[in-house]
Design a protein around this ligand. Structure first.
Ligand code: UDP
Ligand code: MG
Length: 334
């Protein structure tokens, strides 16, 4: 009962990319949070770059995920939808964060491929045709890599670079540096992502974890077109913690080695003191060394417990099994 042909698994890297042809549909997934001044400019610029692709049979749609905006964003979107039936709107019940909003958009997507893109035009729509071209060549993931981040602040640039370095040193699936959520993913990848059950979603890590054949396109990161970044240093720090704790248990496990090392050193030091006392007699009590070692050990213990807490908190929020986001209403054109 052997099948005459064995189809190789798409993720088994050795298979050459199989070009795609014929008509196809692509969804642009756009999370928006208080972006009323950005929506129209985004649509106008993006249309200019995607409309010509219709000649090649590529039909685009826009899935806007309104992530709990408190300004006029939703009204702007509805207004735009009345003029362009390719726009779909998923209105979330509150602000769930960009990662959850992206998940909502991907869940709503039924197209052959999806491109998550920021509404502030920092992910230039001019790159979209390049992403689509590589996808047509057969790649399932086409990454958009920033070559020049001079539009970001020095702090953001430097902290991002350190984060990637640390993350990739200890995580099981390395995240490519200078690649954001802006990328094209094939239907197969969207389906794979939908199977990942975790509630706390570090999208860049999940994208890397699912694998698939990938190609890279390079671009220059632009200045934000309207409003200000929603990501404060504190939010970025939390995103980094999320990334590391989601994809590595090294910070948890390292404590057994730190403990073993400190115990060994203490034991050796103990032998030295006892021997010294036996040979030279009772010494004057060493107040300084005593206090230093007590403080040092106390600090290390609290740090270790704190890291346990970071993981425990995440286990707790996963185990509650709450949905990743709640949709208030979906608006389809017509
Ligand atoms: N965003 C969102 N929910 C949030 C924060 C941001 O949907 O809680 C959206 C935002 O509207 C934008 C994208 O995520 O389309 C990127 O946000 P931002 O430009 O503030 O991030 P940065 O470019 O500074 O990384
Ligand atoms: Mg931005």
């Amino acid at each position: 009962m052997n099948a005459p042909f064995v189809l190789r698994d798409a993720s088994a890297g050795a298979v050459a990319a199989v070009p795609r042809s014929g008509p196809a549909s692509v969804s642009l997934i756009v999370p928006v949070h208080n972006e009323q001044d950005g929506v129209d400019a985004f649509l106008e610029t993006t249309r200019r770059h995607v409309d010509p692709l219709a000649q090649d049979g590529i039909a685009f749609e826009f899935i806007f995920v309104n992530d709990g905006s408190t300004d006029g964003t939703l009204l702007r979107l509805l207004d735009a939808q009345a003029r362009d039936p390719r726009i779909r709107i998923v209105d979330l019940s509150r602000n769930f964060g960009k990662e959850a909003a992206l998940t909502a958009g991907l869940d709503a997507c039924t197209a052959d491929a999806a491109i998550p893109i920021d509404v502030d035009l920092q992910d230039p729509p001019s790159v979209i045709p390049l992403l689509v071209e590589r996808w047509r060549q057969g790649y399932e993931v086409v990454l958009a890599k920033r070559t020049d981040r001079s539009s970001d602040t020095y702090f953001k640039h430097a902290s991002a670079s350190w984060f990637y370095r640390l993350h990739n040193m200890i995580a099981s699936s390395p995240v490519p540096e200078d690649v954001g959520d802006f990328r094209l993913i094939d239907r197969a990848v969207i389906d794979a992502l939908a199977q990942l059950p975790e509630r706390r979603r570090f999208m860049k890590g999940l994208f890397a974890w699912v694998g698939f054949r990938s190609a890279t396109v390079e671009y220059t990161r632009e200045q934000r077109c309207a409003g200000a970044s929603r990501f404060s240093p504190w939010r970025l720090w939390n995103l980094a913690l999320e990334g590391i704790t989601s994809f590595s248990t090294v910070p948890l496990e390292i404590w057994s080695y730190v403990g073993a090392g400190v115990s060994l050193l203490s034991f050796l030091y103990g032998i030295v003191i006892v021997t010294k006392t036996l040979i030279l007699g009772i010494d004057v009590p060493g107040y300084t060394s005593l206090l230093a070692s007590v403080l040092f050990l106390g600090g290390i213990q609290i740090l270790g417990i704190g890291i346990l807490g970071q993981y425990l908190g995440r286990v707790y929020s996963e185990i509650k099994q709450r949905p990743i986001y709640i949709v208030r209403r979906t608006y389809e054109a017509g």
